[in-house]
Design a protein around this ligand. Structure first.
Ligand SMILES: [Zn+2]
Length: 295
């Protein structure tokens, strides 16, 4: 797996690790999805990739909005499913990160492409062939696998959108991916539990020999070159987020805020967690001791 893509700006992760149970619900609540014409949307300001997507099949696109998102789609059923999950994730993530009730005026844009248009889009944007979703600034591009979206992919990508909207684009890679993995696993399970399905997060594991020292993990600015290393990077990033979350929700919010503003890892940890860790070595020892025990 290579680093996904250029096009002037780097597209944030197209690799949403996907180990959740297959999705069985076919019909979900609509979340007040309002179908409108393109020129009736509250914002038609798009990035180049968004404009490219809409140009692929001008007559096929439909458009709609909910409270926090704008959707471009071909199939209304797909849009409803995405809208339902997106709004649910938006609310819970905003609460989780201490941003509940804070208005964000400009809505994020979600493009849901059928297979043929997705293949064309993917090729044009130089995305890797395995890519099933991509996120750039406030635009999210998704395709559908048959009748459903795969596992926690949607939640993972929506997490990036929500984080971007509340915190801007300065979140370090490990924290952005680790948080998206953490919260999407939790939320995917919660979403389906709330609708009567037995579901709990299922996560990938890493082996002791694949452990990445924290100093190296937090310094990544691009995705690791091999699939094996990329998986270890995602899994360990998620574990470090979980580890920090478990040491205080308020502390984690303060830590996240500091990281978004450009703090170094050490000073963000010191500021948010006080004397909880005597040194980075101490933090690393505690984290490592848990990393191979907990999911
Ligand atoms: Zn991601």
């Amino acid at each position: 797996m290579k680093t996904p893509v250029q096009v002037g700006l780097q597209i944030a992760c197209a690799l949403a690790l996907n180990f959740a149970a297959p999705l069985r619900a076919q019909s979900v609540a609509e979340e007040g999805l309002k179908v409108v014409r393109l020129n009736e949307l509250s914002s038609t300001s798009l990035n180049p990739l968004g404009r490219t997507a809409l140009a692929l099949n001008r007559d096929g696109w439909k458009h709609a909005e909910t409270a926090n998102f704008i959707y471009h789609f071909f199939d209304l059923g797909a849009a409803r499913q995405v809208a339902s999950e997106a709004e649910f994730y938006f609310r819970v993530i905003a609460r989780d990160l201490g941003k509940e009730g804070q208005a964000v005026e400009r809505k994020a844009q979600i493009f849901i492409l059928p297979t043929a248009e997705w293949d064309e889009f993917k090729h044009g944007a130089h995305l890797d062939p395995w890519t099933g979703g991509a996120h750039l600034a406030n635009e999210l591009f998704l395709t559908r696998d048959g009748e459903r979206f795969q596992g926690a992919t949607l939640g993972h990508e929506v997490a990036h959108l929500v984080v971007e909207r509340f915190f801007g684009g300065g979140i370090p890679l490990w924290l952005n991916e680790g948080y998206a993995e953490y919260i999407s696993g939790v939320l995917y399970a919660a979403y389906y539990r709330a609708r009567g399905y037995a579901s709990k997060p299922r996560y990938a594991e890493i082996k002791a020999e694949e452990f990445i020292p924290i100093e190296k993990l937090v310094a990544f600015t691009g995705y690791p070159p091999t699939e094996r290393e990329a998986v270890a990077f995602y899994v360990e990033s998620r574990k470090l987020v979980t580890f920090l979350q478990q040491r205080g929700k308020e502390a984690f919010r303060a830590f996240f805020e500091a990281m978004a503003k450009g703090s170094y890892f050490e000073s963000a940890v010191d500021g948010a967690y006080g004397g909880r860790f005597s040194s980075r070595g101490d933090l690393e020892d505690q984290f490592r001791a848990e990393a191979f025990k907990t999911p």
